[in-house]
Ligand binder design. Structure first.
Ligand SMILES: [Zn+2]
Length: 314
């Protein structure tokens, strides 16, 4: 944009990519203020006013010391609204700041898994009769009221019933089996063992679903993350889009290392292959795992060092 009397739109300090101090900013704002500015510029200038006229001051960081620390971290704060800014940007404090806080619970906004909870005193006789005919769950959905049915009505907060009385609302397990069971294979075994005991559950179908919706997306996602990862200096924490060819940090000379490792990419592959095999999953599922296994091999195995015999070329 052209402004009469102004020849240089971007001040030299900013062109050099340096931070400008408050005094420089003040003089820029004062200078601009004396000119006949287009409306857009006049409006933007207003947004700088609080910084120039207010008591908020930016100080240049002169020294940074890193400390190894593993424990609680506190922010000390003196009254009023806490505002964290750095390099002209709003930042957050030392904990993960919640993005949204609700002061009122709206049942339609909570995780919809909870909407599947049934809220009846007892199941009707038709429900039990339908179970003997192995009816599809969706065909009997109307027989049992769930909390989703009351959303948006006066009953969304009240009248929840239950089929079994308890003395304490917190009587359920304190720790889920997902935490008490060790390896992923143990967790799979436990889930599929339960599937084997339940007549309504087809354990092969369970195995297929776990592979298709849990293991495969996890493996594919991790493989993608591995290929797109940054590398990081282990000493000063500087991140590099690509590792410097010397393998050394350009800032401090420390070791530059991957941020996503092989182990975190293919940790579930063996489990997935074993489950697919043991539960006789579809050839399609098995083949998807085979394709993935090949992709992993092509990334992690060093084929320049593979020993070949003359027969490999015949
Ligand atoms: Zn470094």
């Amino acid at each position: 944009m052209d402004i009469a009397g102004i020849t240089k739109i971007i001040p030299a300090d900013l062109e050099r990519g340096e931070h400008i101090d408050l005094e420089t900013l003040e003089s820029i704002v004062e200078t601009l203020d004396e000119h006949d500015l287009p409306t857009v510029a006049r409006e933007s200038l207003k947004t700088f006013r609080p910084i120039v006229d207010g008591d908020l001051a930016y100080l240049r960081v002169t020294d940074i010391t890193r400390v190894e620390y593993d424990g609680h971290l506190y922010d000390l704060q003196v009254g009023g609204e806490p505002v964290f800014t750095a390099n002209w940007m709003y930042a957050h404090n030392s904990m993960d700041a919640p993005l949204v806080m609700s002061s009122r619970i709206d049942p339609s906004e909570i995780d919809d898994e909870a909407h599947n909870m049934d809220i009846v005193r007892e199941y009707p006789l038709e429900f039990y009769e339908a179970t003997r005919e192995m009816a599809d769950p969706s065909s009997v959905a109307d027989l049992v009221q769930i909390s989703e049915d009351t959303l948006g009505t006066d009953d969304e907060y009240r009248g929840f019933d239950h089929t079994h009385d308890v003395t304490d609302i917190a009587m359920g397990p304190d720790l889920s089996a997902y935490k008490t069971l060790g390896s992923m294979m143990d967790k799979m075994d436990a889930q599929l063992e339960l599937g084997r005991k339940l007549r309504a559950v087809d354990e092969t179908d369970v195995a297929e679903r776990v592979i298709e919706y849990h293991f495969l997306p996890d493996l594919i996602g991790n493989l993608r993350a591995f290929a797109r990862q940054d590398t990081r200096c282990l000493d000063c924490g500087k991140k590099y889009r690509r590792a410097p060819l010397t393998g050394e940090c350009r800032e401090c000379g420390g070791n530059v290392s991957l941020t996503v490792h092989r182990g975190s990419v293919n940790k579930y592959l063996d489990t997935a292959v074993e489950v697919a095999d043991r539960f006789d999953c579809r050839p399609y599922t098995k083949q998807r795992l085979e394709v993935l296994e090949k992709a992993l091999e092509s990334i992690f195995e060093d084929d320049t060092n593979k020993q070949s015999g003359i027969a490999d070329f015949m």
